[in-house]
Write a protein that binds this ligand. Sequence first.
Ligand SMILES: [Zn+2]
Length: 192
Amino acid sequence: MSAEDYSVITENFYRLGFDRNESAGNLEMLKENIRLIIENREVILDNSKFFFTQPGCTFTGSSVHGTFMLPVGILLLLWENECFIESCDECGGKVLVFNGGSSHSMGSNSWTGWCRDCRSMRKGKVSSPMELLGPAMELMNQYPNQKKFKRFKKDHPAGEQKLHETAHHEEVMEDFIEPVSFGELIMELKAN
Ligand SMILES: [Zn+2]
């Protein structure tokens, strides 16, 4: 079989869907535990099962690029890089942005975050479509969590009966790191 007899298909972890009901509950949990998460930076960044935990309420995207879920580790790195940070319109403090982007499904051109100084939820407008997505994409490429399949082409001769077609044969080349749930992460950090 020659090298051209298969194609590599990638399933992107950052594009996996989320449950909207669950994500609303997790926003409360994120607000309540944001200090705990920041204080445990090292623990989260050192453990892939924690790094890739998706709160469900943290995402970015654009109408062109679609929606990407942001795991806790990516959010921590964004905040450290002074990305996903806005100034609070109430107290002038630092707002840690959880989600936002420029598509209709995200409430077009807006962001939502938590002011760590006056401890309130804030909303604002993004200044450009790539303001949030650009730095997030850079980190997602730097920290991929993908399942790659090697999918082989059908190996029957052309014209052979449908009955004898062999199914596309797949071989997993790389596995996802299955993260713990957001609830589990919080429990682990509290137990530390
Ligand atoms: Zn504030």
